[in-house]
Design a binder for this molecule. Sequence first.
Ligand code: ADP
Length: 228
Amino acid sequence: MSKTQKSIAILLLGPPGSGKGTHGTLLQQHLLLPHISTGDLLREHVQKNTFLGKAAKAFLDKGSLVPDELVSSMLLHRISLPDAQGGYILDGFPRTLPQAESLDREIGASHEIVALYFAVAEEILVERITGRLSCPSCKQPYHRTFAPPKTPLLCDQCQVPLASRKDDTPELLRERLLHYHSDTKPLLAYYHSKDQLFSFSGEGPREIILQKILSHPLLAKISPLSVQ
Ligand code: ADP
C-alpha cells in the first residue's frame, strides 16, 4: 500500500440479528480483512475471567451496553495489532456516539470509513435470533431453520458442537433492542452527515445482500470478485 493510500475501516451497523455477524464473516473471506466483533471479544474475556471480563459480565448478562471506556480501549488495542494494519471490519463497534467519536479521533485521518447499515424489520429479528447457533471454534454462524448445519448441531468445518448465546432469549433481545434504539440508531444520522453511510435491506438471501455490499465503490475496488 502506498503512503498516501488510506486503509479501510468497514463498520457494520444494525440491530441484533440484522446479519452483522454473518456478513462480517463473509466479508472477511472475500476481502481478506480481519472481522473484529466486540461482542465476541467481550465474551472471550468473560470466558477467560479476565479483569475486563469480570467488569463486563454483568452488562452482558442483562443485555445492556458495556461502558464506553472499557469497550473503546479494548477495541483500540485490537486494531493496533499487526493483522489490522491493512484495514478491518468492525462488528458491533461503535454502538454509541462517544464510541464513534473516539474511533474518529483515532482513525479519522488515516482510514476511509464505510458504515454499512443492515435494515431489518423487528419481527424478523426475533425469528432469526431465537434460532441462531454458531461454532465456538471457527465462529461460523448457523440457524436451526434458515441455515442448518449438514449434521444436526455440528459445525460443517470443525465438527464441534454448535452453541447458542446466553443472551439470545426473547427477554434479553427486547432489552438489547431498547439499547439499539436509544444508543446506536443515532449513529445512522452521524455517519449519514459525514457521507459515510451505505444503507440497504438486510432481508432476503445472503448472496444478494453480499453482492449489494460489494457494489459499494470503495469495497468493489478492493474485492477480488467482480460484482455483476
Ligand atoms: P448483537 O449485535 O446481536 O447484540 P453482539 O455480539 O454484537 O450482539 O453484542 C453482545 C453484547 O456485547 C451486547 O449486548 C453488549 O452487552 C456487548 N457489546 C458489544 N459491543 C459493544 C459495544 N460497542 N459497546 C457496548 N457494549 C457492547
